[in-house]
Structures are given as C-alpha cells and as structure tokens.
Design a protein around this ligand. Structure first.
Ligand code: ADP
Length: 445
C-alpha cells in the first residue's frame, strides 16, 4: 500500500480523498492555489504545497507544478478527484512516467472514452446499447440527411470532441437539418478546434441513469447499481438518487450485467461511470466518465462500499475483496448539491460564510470543506457542500432530507438550499415522476 498520496484537487472532494487516506493510514499532500491557503483540506493534510496563483490553468491544471510537488514531497501516488486533470490521459501518462501511480484507469481507456465517437463504437461492439445514429462521424450535409432518414426525426447533431453540451444541435425535421448541421460544426470548431460531428436519434423525455462500476487489475469487475441524475439544469446535475425511483430490479440487473461484461472485455481498471438515457424501458449509452463522480456518495450510502478507498486499493494492485453476489443494495439515498449561487437563477454568489451549522443525526452525511469564516473564492466551481441522506425507504429518505435541509444553516452568502427545499416538497418529485427536462420546467413555473 502507498505511504503518501498527493491530492491534485480542491474543495469537498480533496477533503473526501484525505478522509479515505487517513482511515487507511496513508499520509496526504495537499496542493493548492494561493486562493485556497485557508481551505479545510489544506488545514488537515499532513503536508501542503502551494502550486500557483488562483487561476486554475496556473495551479490545479499546472502539470509541471503538480509533478514537482509530488517529487519534492515523495508521494507514491496521485489522486486527481473529479474535474481538473482527472480525465486528462496525458497527465495520467506523465504521472506514471515519473514512477508515481495514477489513482485511476489506464491512460488508453481515459483517451478512448474521451473521444465520444470512439467511446460509442467501442461500447456498441462490447454489447452495450447505444442511441441509434450515424456509424462514426458525418462529414457532409448529404450524409446527414441519409442518416436522419434511417433513424427518423428528430435528430441531434453532436460534436465528437463534445463536452458541456457545446456543439450540440437538434433538428426537428429535414428542413432544419442543413442549418443545424452547419451550426453544430461551427460551434464544435470554435469550442474544441475540431469540427467533426455525429448524429443521433433524439430520445424524447428520457431519464439520466448511470451505472457505477469498480474493476481491479485481476479481471474482477462489479457494478454498484445505478444513480438517477435526471434533475439537471443546462446539463448540470442538481440532485441525484439511488436507486432510481423508476427502474425495475430486473432491468438494473440486466444493464449491470452488460456493463460489467463490457468492462471485463475492455480490461478496464478502477472506478468508472457509464451514463445512459433511459426511455420507455430502453437504455441508450451516452458517455463514460473514467473517474470518481461528484454523486458517488449516494452509491456508498446504499452499498456501504467506500469507493475512494476501493480506488486506492485497486491502484495499489489489490484485488476487489468481493463478487457481484456479495453486494447488497440497502435502502434509498439522495444527494443535494449545495452551491454558492442565487437559488432562482444560479448566478454564482461567492463570499464569506458567516454562520455554518450542518445537519446531523442518523442517515445524514455532509461532504463539505465549509466552516464559519471561510471565504468561498470566485475562481472555481460553486459547489460548497453535498448533503447526502439515507433512509430504509424512499419515503423515509425524503422526510429525512426535508428535516436536514431545514436544519442546514449557511449564513452570509446565497445558496441553493431553498431550491432543494422547494423540490423536496414538490408532488412530482415526491412521486418520482420526472425526466431530464423536468427541473428546467419547474424553475420556469
Ligand atoms: P456532453 O458531453 O456535451 O455533456 P452528452 O452526450 O453527455 O454531451 O449529452 C448531454 C445531455 O444532452 C444529456 O444528458 C441529455 O440531456 C442530452 N442528450 C444527449 N444525447 C441525447 C439524445 N440522443 N437524445 C436526447 N437528449 C440527448
């Protein structure tokens, strides 16, 4: 096992990784920008190294600074968290070239899944259901028409290099196709310097359901069930739950089997999430994230498995200590992302937290680096806390969620707590009757 792990991230996830290391007897090295010198993970880490100014491009994305910090501190491994360098295949290779272990998948798998067209064709070959559409990229308007005729309208034109919903355009009918095709290409070129696009059938009113997997380097692969992340705004997840309120157990088993079999064939290692749109009982693969996800705690709450600890063990070469049959899904968990934002329009609201009182009690977990007197810097993601609650049933979980949100005090800045309170009291949410468009409609009411 490693003696010392460098955490190449910040905020709640850096603290989350620090906690796992501590419980495993591993010392931690926190790297931080000058804006984060008072951050909780920096205060708690065994060693700290300042790697640059506030701008992420000069600190948390600064590969030479992070590698030097690891060498100076003598770290055996680097955990990248999520965001920043976590899905950068080049970073993963550079880390390994320096004789340091990258706590994540092999760089070839990060690279393959980072290319959306390659990811889709790879998954399809491995027996994972994908959205019907073009076979690879589409280069001309004529080809676009031919594909759309096959799949039927409406269709989506998507950037191969895509991310964050950029370079994605819908065409309702063949009359819209020329314009949508040109706009998607132009947007893709501007955003990614690569104008290759592909076409998919537009799946109407789906849910977003993702499967968490864990694999070791000895050929063992398990899935840890699904998360329903349909509550999104502009493709940003706001609240996640496990299990999905609308997925029958047999369908979970079936998609879990397909995904684990695909990952076994691929020789994947580490934690990963395979994301699907789910509509009328069918799954359609959209992308795979080759890293830890923000919403991993809901899976931990229902399985009792510490995903970060497992990532570290697998990276150190250990075998998973359990098989699929050993995994038990118990109860229901919901995570609310609490952001330093105006809850009506999501405008960032950085500033100093004057009062801080997190909820507690049975089945309540708060992952956060916030404290009274902490100043939320304006330079990064506005996530400041994740409230995760567990209950024996979804009903119990919802009651616990409501009372926990009512207890949560974060003073001095605006947060999205009031939005979550409104959601927890909404009939459609309570019955589980929602899809990926529902939250934006709810906000517009
Ligand atoms: P990006 O990598 O740009 O975030 P994704 O492929 O993950 O793009 O898609 C982002 C979101 O766009 C999905 O969560 C879903 O809401 C919507 N979407 C993507 N593909 C389709 C599709 N074929 N039909 C309907 N909606 C889709």
């Amino acid at each position: 096992m490693f003696d010392k792990v460098l955490i190449a991230n910040r905020g709640e996830i850096a603290l989350r990784i620090h906690r796992a290391c501590r419980e495993m007897g591993i010392s931690t090295v926190a790297v931080h920008s000058t804006a984060d010198s008072e951050a909780m993970h920096v205060r708690l880490a065994d060693e700290t190294v300042c790697i640059g100014p506030p701008e992420a491009s000069k600190s948390y994305l600064n590969i030479p600074a992070i590698i030097s910090a690891a060498e100076v501190a003598g770290a055996d491994a680097i955990h990248p968290g999520y965001g920043f360098l976590s899905e950068n295949a080049r970073f993963a290779s550079i880390v390994e070239e320096h004789g340091i272990t990258f706590i994540g998948p092999k760089s070839e798998h990060i690279r393959a899944m980072g290319d959306k067209v390659l990811a889709k064709t790879t998954m399809q070959k491995l027996g994972v259901p994908v959205v019907p559409g073009s076979d690879g990229t589409v280069d001309t308007v004529e080809d676009a028409h031919a594909v759309a005729m096959d799949t039927g309208f409406p269709v989506l034109i998507k950037a191969s290099a895509g991310g964050g919903g950029r370079g994605m355009k819908a065409a309702e009918t063949s009359a819209d196709l020329d314009q949508a095709f040109r706009t998607a290409r132009a947007e893709a070129r501007a955003a990614f310097g690569d104008d290759s696009v592909y076409i998919e059938k537009f799946v109407a009113a789906p849910r977003h359901i993702e499967v968490q997997i864990m694999a070791d380097s000895h050929g063992n692969v398990v899935h840890l069930g699904e998360r329903d992340c349909s509550l999104q705004r502009r493709h940003q997840k706001i609240l996640e739950e496990s299990p999905s309120p609308r997925l029958p157990a047999e369908e979970r088993d079936e998609i879990g089997r397909r995904v684990t079999s695909a990952m076994r064939t691929l020789g994947y290692r580490g934690a990963g999430t395979v994301e699907f749109l789910y509509s009328s009982g069918a799954f359609y693969f959209i992308e795979m994230n080759t890293r830890l996800q923000v919403e991993h705690p809901v899976t931990e709450m229902v399985t009792g498995i510490d995903i970060v600890e497992q990532q570290i063990r697998v990276a150190a070469g250990e075998a998973l200590g359990y098989r699929q049959d050993d995994i038990r899904f118990a109860g229901h968990a919901i995570e609310c992302r609490i952001n330093a934002e105006d809850p009506r329009n999501f405008t960032p609201a950085p500033g100093t937290i004057t009062d801080y009182h997190p909820p507690g009690g049975l089945g309540v977990r708060v992952d956060s680096g916030a404290y009274a007197g902490y100043c939320v810097p304006p330079y990064y993601d506005s996530l400041i806390a994740k409230l995760v609650v567990h209950g024996v049933t979804r009903e119990e979980c919802l009651m616990r969620l409501k009372r926990s949100l009512d207890e949560f005090v974060i003073g001095g800045i605006q947060t999205t707590i009031p939005l979550h309170q409104a959601l927890a009291n909404d009939d459609d949410f309570v019955t589980g009757d929602y899809n990926i468009h529902w939250l934006e409609e709810f906000m517009g009411r």
